[in-house]
Write a protein that binds this ligand. Structure first.
Ligand code: HEM
Ligand SMILES: N=C(Nc1cccc(CNC[C@@H]2CCCN2)c1)c1cccs1
Length: 359
């Protein structure tokens, strides 16, 4: 029996049951069987695409934000074939998702792989991200972006060399040459980081973008693979405050924060790193909330995840998760997640990593 048909059958049965449309299953499976026989492919209806994308989020084992899986907004971009229209769809995604700060979880889905070809690929890791440079061992910007920044420069893009240069969009159509275009600054909401009690924190000149939009993962639904399906939610504060700003291999700010707090950094046992980390994370949450940009603290996120666990039990679905990714990087053991185990099994529909064409 055809492997693609088996995956389609499993997806249709599960989906139409969840949508209370079981009576339509036999007819739909006949249509799909015929389509696969004649073209070794089948096309999802918008409803199948929409629910499949929501199921993929629900099955994302590393995601603590899954309580809201059923609220995902889907933009159908499967008919887009020209680079100008791809760029327009991405800029439209940024504006729609940003929503002046009241972030809307959104996914734009471009054409699926067919006959070994990839109609659209987005090369960026995230739609909005800062450049990274290594000027003779002087590191500027986000070190994580150094390889992609070099690729952009090789395509003719030039940054200003600041710590927060917005990277351009880079796409590939039909496995062809790379095409790039800069985002419009006015579309990119960014938040200046200040502290509720420590005024000197402003002098660090820190800021971050409001909307994280992952654009390099492949979405698989019922055996059909969508290599370009950028998706966004809102940030959990620790992603910015405990990783992007604090990792030594990222913006490496902890010592600078400790110095503005006039902490004793002479020995580890003063726990100066922990005190700087907490205040930096408080500053991130305070700054986003002050300007009305959606963000969640790691305690609230863990409580929401607990509600998700309960909902899945009531829905009679096996919960799957990746413990090491679900625990937050700040105070993990004060969340319930730390104290339980999770079944890290893969369930389709889901997301997959895919090869990076730069390094
Ligand atoms: C709505 C707010 C959301 C929050 C607060 C949230 C939070 C997170 C966090 C903190 C991570 C770990 C990221 C890291 O440590 O680098 C994560 C991973 C992930 N999330 Fe969510 N998420 C949200 C929405 C979404 C949406 C809308 C999708 C897709 C439709 C999604 C899919 C994923 C996936 C696939 C991963 C794993 C990424 C990887 O393997 O690198 N999340 N999420
Ligand atoms: N809040 C978010 N964070 C998030 C989710 C998935 C993946 C990522 C990026 N993870 C990889 C980064 C890059 C180095 C280590 N972490 C961030 C969301 C991004 C898109 C939807 S929600």
């Amino acid at each position: 029996m055809n492997e693609l048909y088996l995956q389609a059958e499993e997806f249709i049965n599960k989906t139409y049951k969840e949508l209370n449309k079981e009576e339509l299953i036999p007819k739909r499976l006949k249509e799909i069987e015929h389509e696969i026989e004649t073209s070794n492919h089948y096309n999802h209806t918008f409803e199948e695409l929409e629910h499949g994308a929501k199921m993929a989020w629900r099955n994302a084992n590393k995601c603590i934000g899954r309580l809201f899986w059923n609220t995902l907004s889907i933009k159908d971009a499967r008919e887009i074939r020209e680079d100008d229209h791809v760029f327009e769809a991405l800029e439209s995604h940024v504006r729609y998702a940003t929503n002046k700060g009241k972030i809307r979880p959104t996914m734009t889905i471009f054409a699926p792989r067919r006959k070994g070809h990839t109609p659209v690929r987005i090369i960026n890791h995230q739609i909005i991200r800062y450049a990274g440079y290594n000027f003779n061992n002087e590191i500027i910007g986000d070190p994580d972006s150094i390889p992609f920044t070099k690729l952009c420069q090789s395509l003719g893009w030039q940054g200003e060399g600041s710590h927060f240069d917005l990277l351009p969009l880079v796409i590939q159509l039909n496995d062809g040459e790379l095409v790039w275009r800069s985002l419009q600054e006015k579309d990119v909401l960014q938040v200046d980081i200040s502290h509720p009690e420590l005024p000197d924190m402003n002098d660090l000149g820190l800021k971050w973008y409001a909307v994280p939009i992952i654009s390099d993962m492949l979405l698989e639904i019922g055996g059909i693979r969508y290599p370009a399906a950028p998706f966004n939610g809102w940030y959990m504060g620790t992603e910015i405050g405990a990783r992007n700003f604090a990792d030594e291999s990222r913006y490496n700010c902890l010592l600078a924060v400790a110095e503005t707090m006039e902490l004793d950094t002479s020995k580890a046992s003063t726990l100066w790193k922990d005190r700087a980390l907490v205040e930096l994370n408080r500053a991130v949450l305070y700054s986003f909330q002050k300007v009305g940009v959606s963000i969640v603290d790691h305690h609230t996120a863990a409580e929401q995840f607990k509600k998700f666990e309960k909902n899945e039990q009531v829905a009679n679905r096996e919960l799957t998760g990746t413990w090491s990714w679900l625990i937050p990087p700040v105070s993990p053991a004060v969340t319930h997640i730390f104290h339980k185990e999770y079944n890290d099994q893969f369930v389709s529909p889901n997301f997959h990593y895919q090869n990076r064409i730069y390094n």
